[in-house]
Design a protein around this ligand. Structure first.
Ligand code: ATP
Ligand code: MG
Length: 403
């Protein structure tokens, strides 16, 4: 049968007291954004649930998009029929014919929110259970954990039937926790860090450092492609490309090799923090993971972190590489991340970076740099682009062909 609506159950946000209303409004906005390819769908957000009226849109197209939106615990596609006992019986039989394979147990779970309806919930359970037994005399009804829980809800505008509960992405609606700047390289870790941040409600903007001609056009494209993979959770993400060539050349020219990495990272962090201020972000996010490489020893983190008081959240800091890879595969960024286009850090990587950089030396070498000037010039060359999900891009292209 054709779905007429999808009923969405909220996740954790139902426990958020007085913030609840703004959480629900944000979720409704995110759902609207994610489903912008289907303007026919109407969204009704209520206190406990959200109803998506499909208005003819194929539910199967909507389900995979909905499954990625944070803040949704689960959802049930449902069929709407008239509020007439015979019609409801027919619909129940039709659904069971479609899904019953001869083995499953079932239960009718009727609920009557329209109390003017002629049967109460018990009577409905009875009548509809019998309707199922009429067509499948051997079927077993089971009250506890039935294989097929067939929900029937009599509402003001009709009867809604559903038998499936699809797991949502959990988390909090993106945007309810404010905005963070994600330092996005082309590697495995930073996209995963971005995913986890969004899962906890943080809206992200991607900040990427590029050093052409030392880094290629492909390396930049890879970072943008990774951003595309993160957009289904939010609808769109602003991608900020930072020109980093001059800074890397300057560091290479004036600083001893052992300190290139530390000072490069400090410059990246200073710049990200300036961009954060301009873009009204609250925090910085990166993909650092403890002990992975020289820049990620605790001593390095301390030396790099010294340039800002802004909170830096490192969602994958304590995860093992294999655990990070598992998530990267799940969110489909892994294959892109392992493409061999070198980013600015690999190309300027000294043979032996200091794993325990000393702060006095860092300060001493940085005196040789015109830090303010370098930052100012990099900021004047920012390129900002709004990145959207793949399907939307294809559709808008098709659309422009028609014009
Ligand atoms: P990733 O897999 O995310 O690249 P990594 O294990 O390769 O991480 P590093 O290269 O040391 O580790 O980078 C640590 C973090 O610094 C990255 O996760 C990212 O947040 C940030 N970073 C590194 N290079 C860039 C870049 N070119 N642009 C933006 N951020 C960067
Ligand atoms: Mg990297």
């Amino acid at each position: 049968m054709k779905y007429s609506e999808i009923m969405v159950r909220y996740g954790e946000l139902s426990t958020k007291g007085k913030n609840r209303k703004s959480f629900i409004m944000q979720l409704a906005q995110n759902v609207k954004q994610a489903l912008s390819d289907f303007p026919e769908i109407k969204i009704h957000a209520e206190r406990d649930r959200m109803h998506l009226l499909l208005n003819g849109v194929d539910g199967q197209l909507v389900i995979p998009k909905l499954a990625k939106i944070f803040g949704i615990q689960n959802f049930s596609p449902s069929v709407r029929v008239e509020k007439d006992v015979q019609v409801i019986k027919d619909a129940v039989q039709e659904i069971m014919k479609e899904i019953y394979t001869g083995k499953e147990t079932f239960k009718i779970i009727a609920k009557r929110s329209d109390h003017t309806f002629e049967l109460n919930s018990n009577e409905l359970n009875q009548a509809l259970g019998n309707a199922v037994i009429d067509i499948f005399p051997d079927i077993q009804a089971q009250m506890k954990k039935p294989d097929i829980p067939l929900r029937v809800e009599i509402r003001r505008d009709g009867t809604y039937l559903s038998y499936e509960t699809i797991k949502g992405a959990g988390g909090l609606p993106v945007g309810t926790s404010g905005k963070g700047m994600l330092m996005l390289s082309g590697g495995i870790d930073s996209p995963v860090a971005g995913y986890f941040a969004m899962k906890r409600g943080v809206e992200i903007e991607a900040v990427h450092f590029a050093s052409p001609p030392y880094t290629s056009e492909q390396a930049l494209q890879k970072a943008k492609d990774l951003t595309v993979k993160l957009t289904p959770y939010v609808g769109k993400i602003d991608f900020i490309e930072v020109p980093f060539t001059e800074i890397q050349e300057e560091i290479k020219r004036t600083v001893p090799q052992g300190y290139w990495m530390t000072i490069t990272r400090r410059m990246m962090l200073r710049l990200t923090d300036e961009i954060r201020k301009i873009r009204h972000g609250l925090i910085i996010l990166n993909g650092e993971s403890l002990g992975q490489v020289a820049s990620q020893t605790l001593q390095s983190m301390v030396a790099i972190n010294e340039v800002t008081n802004t909170p830096i959240i490192r969602p994958v800091a304590t995860m093992d590489k294999l655990e990070i890879i598992e998530v990267a595969e799940k969110i489909d960024t892994f294959d892109l991340s392992i493409q061999p286009f070198e980013d600015c850090c690999t190309i300027f990587a000294p043979p032996q970076p200091k794993t325990r950089p000393q702060l006095e030396k860092v300060h001493h070498y940085e005196e040789r740099l015109d830090i303010d000037g370098l930052i100012e010039r990099a900021l004047s060359g920012l390129k900002i682009e709004t990145i959207r999900p793949e399907t939307t891009i294809q559709q808008s292209e098709e659309f422009s062909d028609l014009l």
